[in-house]
Design a protein around this ligand. Sequence first.
Ligand code: PLP
Length: 396
Amino acid sequence: MKFSHHDPLEWIEAELATLARRGLRRQLRTHAGPQQVRLQMGGRELLNFGSNDYLGLAADPRLIAAAARAADEEGWGAGASPLVTGHSAAHRRLEERLADFEGTPAALVFSSGYAANISTICALVGRGDAVYADQKNHASMIDGCRLSRAEIHVYPHRDPDGLQTLLRQSAGFRRRLIVTESVFSMDGDLAPLGELAELAEHYDCMLLVDEAHATGVFGSLGRGLAEQLGVESRVPIRIGTLSKALGCAGGFVCGSQSLIAWLVNRARGYVFSTAPPPAASAAACAALDIVCDEPWRRVKLLEQAAMLRGRLREQGWNVASNASQVIPLVVGEAGRAMRLADRLCTAGLLVPAIRPPSVPEGESLLRISLSYAHTPEMIGQLVVALGAVREALEYE
Ligand SMILES: *Cc1c(COP(=O)(O)O)cnc(C)c1O
C-alpha cells in the first residue's frame, strides 16, 4: 500500500498568506540591548513609544542588582510549582510586599498577568454561573470567561447602564461575576469603577478589576485606578501585573485571605505551572520600593500624557483630554495603520500599529504609550512626526 505524502500542516501557509493579504500578518521584530526609550532595532536607534515600561524601570540598575543578588543566593530556576517545592522565600516576600503595597490582607503571584486572569476567572465561576464582561476587555479576560464555561454577557464599553440592563434581564445563576479592566489596554480610557462597584453591590455580584495598565501609575500611592477613585474596598478581586509599569514579569491577584487560599487550591495557572524564578520576585520587590519612594515618576508621566493629548487634539486627532498614558490614534483599516507606522519608523519613531484581533475590524490604531523616561524633546519629535502623518491622512 502506498501512502501519499500530503503535509497535514499545509493549510498553515495558505492561512498565513490570507493574513498577509489582509494586512494582518504579524512579524517579530527583535531589538538589541535593554528595553528603553531609545531602542536598538534593525540596526537603527528608534524612539520607543510602544513599550509598557511606563515608569522607565525595565532597565533600572536597582532591579538588576536585586535580581543578581537573589540569583546568587537562591539560584535561578524555581524547580517546581508552588505547591510542590517551588515556593521560595523570595516569592513569599514579594507576596507579602504586594499585600502591603495594595493594602489587602493577601496577594498571590502568577508567572504572567495572562495566567492570573485566566486562572482567577476560572476559579471563581463555572457552569451554572454568569460573567458580565466589558466589550473591550483584554484577551486574557475574554479567554478566562470562555474557558470558565460560565454564561457570558458582554456589556457595551464603559457603560454601567448597559451592564445594569443585562444584570436585570438575567437571573437564576449560582454566582455572578463582573470583569473589567481599569485602564483599557488599547484605548487608554478609564472604567467607571464607582458605578460598577455600586451595581456589583446592588445585584450581589463579585467584581474583578484588572489594573494591568494602572498599577504603579494611578492613585497617590500608585496602587491603581481603584485607589484614585476611592473604591478599593469595594473591589474584592484586584488583579495587577508586574510586567508593565513595574518593569518586571508576572501577574498578581490581591484580596482577602480566603480568596487567596481558594486560588492556591483552584487557580490552575498557579497550581499546574512552575513558579517564576525567585530572582524575578526580588526584582519586583525592588520595583515596588521605587514606586513607593519615587512618586514623581507617575506624576510626571500623567502630566506629560495630558500635555501630549492636548497637542494632538490641536492637530485634529480625536483624543480624549483626560485619561491615561496610553493614547490611541484611530486610523481605520489595518493596511493604513501599517503604512502610517512605517512612515513614523522612517522618521525614527516606534509607534505600534494595533490591528485586529487586538481591536475590532476597521478600528486599527496607532498606540502611543508614554514613559516617565521620555524627555520633552522626544515628545516634541513625536508631535512633529504625527503632524505630518495627520496631513498625509487628509490627502489619502
Ligand atoms: C498585558 C495585560 C495583561 C497580561 O499581563 P502579562 O503580565 O503581560 O501577561 C493582562 N491584562 C491586561 C489588561 C493587559 O494589558
